[in-house]
Design a protein around this ligand. Structure first.
Ligand SMILES: Nc1ncnc2c1ncn2[C@@H]1O[C@H](COP(=O)(O)OP(=O)(O)OP(=O)(O)O)[C@@H](O)[C@H]1O
Length: 290
């Protein structure tokens, strides 16, 4: 659904082409053709969103969204289907322009009311709901796609990075496997390894648990938690899976009707007296009454 929506004419077609041509989920903001990219340094970035609004036709999809995500934290945006979570995520990576409002990355405006937008360099990558792997390639070729496309280092180093990133997601020794033969959970972890290949400062997950069974969802949660121990990047996860968000996130924001209705730590969200948050917790943990 996400890739399909990128093809719509209103969106930035150039990025879609990049995604389909080897970057495959990795977007380098401010990149220059054939420039050498220093992969040695990773950091987290902060994100500040102020009064963001977006309409699609008559539909007011984002309504005065305000949100602050701290550098290095794992932040989940939860909420029922159709509330604007993915659209918000797409704004953070500049796939969609807001009608109005501002987004700052590390204090630099990427959308600003006065039009002064930054070209600051930071790396961000997206793990798609569908994993968006190339089935005709091996696991290792998928993970190395961005590195080879950008020619960031020599072939021997690319091989080392592929092995290192696969080990980080618990898939040591799988580089020669055919992607088409992997289970859904393994594909998801390969997609994460591919995103990690560029040492992103910001990694975004769009509905990472969609189509996964409970055991695989649990494995994925543990992978994301383990990554947190070895990487400094900021992680933003859009999900309707409340339990997953409560388990992996440092902080959570609840979206409803295109706006943020509350944010806090998992403990604060669980204890929230906000009727919309309480209702969401009730329906997702006990089923819908009647
Ligand atoms: N490119 C687009 N053109 C028109 N409407 C869109 C577009 N992208 C999203 N929408 C609409 O915006 C609303 C919010 O969509 P969004 O995908 O952000 O929801 P969501 O909260 O992520 O839920 P889900 O998990 O079901 O995708 C939906 O009504 C959707 O149909």
């Amino acid at each position: 659904m996400f890739l399909k929506s990128l093809m719509e004419p209103k969106e930035e077609g150039g990025l879609f082409q990049k995604l389909m041509h080897g970057l495959a989920g990795s977007i380098f903001h401010g990149e220059q053709a054939n420039s050498r990219i220093d992969l040695s340094d990773t950091r987290g970035v902060s994100i500040r969103i102020e009064n963001l609004n977006k309409h699609f036709g008559d539909k007011h999809v984002l309504r005065d969204v305000n949100l602050e995500i701290r550098s290095g934290e794992t932040f989940a945006i939860i909420g029922p289907s159709g509330t604007g979570k993915s659209v918000l995520l797409r704004h953070i990576v500049k796939l969609v322009r807001p009608d109005n409002g501002e987004i700052y990355i590390d204090g630099h405006p990427i959308f600003a009311a006065n039009g002064e937008e930054t070209t600051a360099n930071y790396r961000y990558s997206m793990v798609f709901q569908s994993s968006a792997l190339f089935n005709s390639l091996t696991v290792g070729e998928n993970v190395g796609l961005w590195l080879r496309e950008k020619r960031v280092c020599k072939e021997q180093r690319i091989g080392e990075i592929i092995r290192e990133k696969l080990a980080m997601v618990g898939l040591e020794g799988t580089e020669e496997l055919k992607t088409s033969e992997l289970s859904g959970g393994m594909k998801k972890r390969v997609a994460i390894a591919r995103s990690l290949a560029m040492n992103p400062d910001l990694i975004l997950y769009d509905e990472p648990t969609a189509e996964l069974d409970p055991v695989t969802t649990d494995e994925l949660a543990n992978t994301i938690i383990r990554l947190k121990e070895t990487t400094k990047n900021t992680t933003v996860i859009v999900t309707h899976d409340l339990n997953f968000a409560l388990y992996v996130a440092d902080r959570i924001a609840m979206m409803h009707g295109g706006t943020i209705v509350g944010a806090g730590t998992p403990a604060e969200i669980k204890a929230s007296e906000n009727p919309i948050i309480k209702g969401f917790i009730y329906t997702t943990t006990k089923g819908i009454k009647g």
